[in-house]
Design a protein around this ligand. Structure first.
Ligand code: NFS
Length: 663
């Protein structure tokens, strides 16, 4: 490889394991998303939101002297319509996932999906209260059946308000009501976005985007929240769990099976099947020492949070995992699955198995999942991986020697519990620490990878800079995986935290970066924010809190919906990479200054992540000032040379960027 190409690989990522595989892929003539991002530059017109392809008089590319489309649509209308459709698509993806969870809960409650149980009865009863389901004198199956049906009805609800909006602070609910953006039904708002943005309908940018606020709220406080809740009922509410991540978890002498996608329904069954003694024996009969199960993307986060199953990588690692030559089967369900994995799998022995009726891939193997025969199908899938093990070509295998250790599993229930125990669980200690200035504020750092920026670099920069400045970080999705792979989800990372944050985290016994789950679990962050806002001392609404949202490497429409519902809930949010509405100064104004006036928070797209962090810190300080809190002083609680008990991780280890790596 030429020096120039080596340099290009270094610009592509800061993860040395990823560089190793990119070099292998290059040597073997395999193209990955990293390469395709180099050769396929984004269309500059569409990139900024100025391409309209809503009807067949176009596509109209509004650039240069062309300032309106054939129908007369202006740049503002076009950019607003594009953003509205993207948010609606993201909301649809999360919500359809939530709907499937409701179907599974109903099937489990009716005894038609015998492999699923009501695992968390306490959570079932809590959800029943929100959904106005009677619990007294009823069996858990009876309660679960009605919870499932009521949850399903929320998607198709046509009038009134979705029931979960009651979980937001009173003041927030009033803002939504006054603006007329309280969601009436989860699906209804998504459908209405598509209708409004059809040719010849809503042609006022601000009015279109008002409806986007309504649509995304149906995701955050509806589809995603229901999805998280029902997953907890069926598979258990997460609590802290130690696990591993990185390419080094692949094993040369075991059957390597990867689950990739989003839904926990199948992956939870795959976890059971992979530890089935009969199948382990079967694997041994084929010359393997065992079955090694791991995950990619949010399905990884689901089974990591509840079962401690290791994570091989994030969104941009899916093709690279196959390029190790060591994956015998990759099972995919829905969302964030690149079509490119099939072409790469064909160069090796890897079997890609699609399982969802909603997501086929041409050329891949299909084993359709059916929740009524869940375990049987999961076992069938594992057998495919085992049967494929002897086909692995050892000469083509390269497993980068990197493993990181992590702690995940911070559900909002656990965060409340860890601050006071079973009988006194609360958010009081966290609120007090923020009020005193020990903790400056909090931030949710979430979202995807995007090969348009240096992989993992913005994620890590933002998280490390925030905790250094005494900002507590909660993380989900591919940001959580980036943090995991670089050792940021371990207690050792305390050396990175500012002294006030460090002291609070060490006395509670948690790391300063809390892994809260998959992307639908961003709804857990909403619950935490609502609880902080109503606990007392930090105002009365989420928009009063000294908090911020980030998605430093976003790429998906789901990320746009999440960012928008953070904002609609009162959290000013910084998205990295670039702006999908950069072509319209008016739309940019609407979602920043305009939304700040309406919902008390702005939606920023800031490709310079260093600037974004500085802006967010200034925003947090301004919120502290508005609350008349103690001015943040980084040296008030400890000096930089203060000795902390248990101060063992050396600066050199961290500076080397190899925080907890070991084989
Ligand atoms: Ni979220 Fe999960 Fe990752 Fe982005 Fe995709 S996996 S749902 S969309 S890429 S964080």
């Amino acid at each position: 490889m030429t020096e120039e190409k080596k340099e290009a690989k270094k610009r592509a990522t800061i993860d040395p394991a990823v560089i190793e595989i990119l070099e292998k892929a290059e040597a073997e003539g395999i193209s990955t998303a990293f390469d395709r991002a180099e050769t396929t530059k984004p269309c500059p017109i569409g990139h900024e939101g100025n391409c309209c392809k809503i009807c067949f008089m176009g596509p109209c590319r509004l650039t240069g002297k062309t300032t309106v489309g054939v129908c007369g649509a202006t740049i503002e209308t076009v950019a607003a319509r594009n953003l509205a459709r993207e948010i609606a698509s993201g909301a649809a993806a999360h919500s359809d996932h939530g709907r499937d969870m409701a179907h599974t809960l109903i099937a489990a409650a009716e005894g038609e999906a015998p492999d699923y149980k009501i695992k968390d009865e306490k959570k079932l009863k809590a959800v029943a209260r929100y959904l106005e389901v009677e619990t007294d004198g009823r069996s858990k199956e009876e309660i679960a059946l009605e919870v499932g049906r009521k949850a399903l009805a929320e998607f198709g609800r046509q009038e009134g308000e979705i029931l979960y909006v009651k979980r937001a602070p009173q003041k927030r609910q009033e803002i939504w009501k006054k603006l007329g953006i309280t969601p009436r039904g989860i699906d209804r708002e998504i459908v209405e976005t598509l209708h409004r943005t059809h040719m010849g309908n809503d042609q006022d940018a601000e009015h279109i985007l008002d409806h986007s606020l309504r649509t995304c709220l149906g995701d955050g406080w509806g589809g995603s929240m229901l999805s998280t809740d029902i997953s907890d009922i069926l598979f258990g509410t997460p609590g802290p769990v130690a696990a591993r991540s990185g390419f080094g978890i692949l094993k040369e002498d075991e059957v390597n099976v990867v689950v990739h996608g989003h839904e926990p329904t199948l992956s939870e069954m795959i976890v059971v099947a992979a530890s089935d003694p009969e199948l382990i024996e079967y694997a041994k009969s084929k010359g393997a020492k065992g079955i090694n199960l791991m995950g990619i993307c949010c399905t990884a986060n689901e089974i990591l949070m509840r079962q401690g199953v290791p994570v091989v990588g994030d969104f941009l690692s899916q093709e690279l995992a196959i390029a190790t030559g060591a994956i015998d089967a990759m099972i995919v369900d829905i969302q964030c699955i690149m079509q490119g994995i099939q072409a790469i799998a064909e160069k090796y022995h890897t079997k890609i198995i699609t399982t969802s009726p909603k997501a086929h891939i041409t050329g891949a193997m299909r084993i359709e999942f059916d929740e009524h025969r869940a375990l049987e199908i999961a076992k069938q899938i594992i057998r495919v991986g085992i049967d494929n093990f002897p086909n692995r070509d050892k000469k083509k295998v390269l497993i980068p020697d990197y493993i990181d250790h992590l702690v995940a599993g911070f559900s909002h229930e656990y965060i409340a519990y860890m601050q006071g125990g079973i009988y006194r669980e609360s958010f009081r200690p966290l609120n007090d620490a923020i009020m005193q200035g020990r903790i400056r504020g909090a931030a949710g750092v979430v979202g995807c990878n995007n090969p348009r920026v240096t992989h993992t670099d913005p994620h890590l920069y933002v998280v490390k800079e925030l905790i250094k400045n005494d900002v507590l970080v909660v993380t989900t999705g591919c940001n959580a995986i980036a943090c995991a792979k670089q050792g940021l989800l371990t207690p050792e990372v305390m050396d990175f935290a500012g002294p006030g944050l460090r002291e609070v985290c060490q006395t509670i016994g948690v790391p300063p970066v809390l892994h809260m789950g998959s992307c639908v679990d961003n709804s857990r962050i909403l619950t935490v924010l609502a609880q902080c806002a109503t606990e007392g001392g930090l105002g009365e609404d989420i928009s009063d809190l000294p908090v911020a949202g980030f998605a430093p490497e976003w790429m998906s429409e789901k990320a746009l919906s999440i960012g928008a519902y953070f904002v609609a809930s009162g959290v000013t949010t910084w998205m990295g990479v670039g702006s999908p509405v950069a072509g319209s100064t008016e739309v940019t104004r609407i979602i920043t200054e305009g939304w700040k006036e309406k919902v008390g928070a702005a939606y920023y797209f800031e490709p310079d992540h260093e600037k974004a962090v500085q802006e967010a810190l200034a925003h947090i300080d301004a919120k502290r000032k508005a609350l008349k809190l103690e001015e943040y002083n980084p040296t008030r609680y400890a000096k930089s040379d203060t000795y902390f008990p248990g101060d063992y991780a050396s600066d050199e280890v961290f500076a080397a960027g190899s925080y907890s790596r070991s084989k």
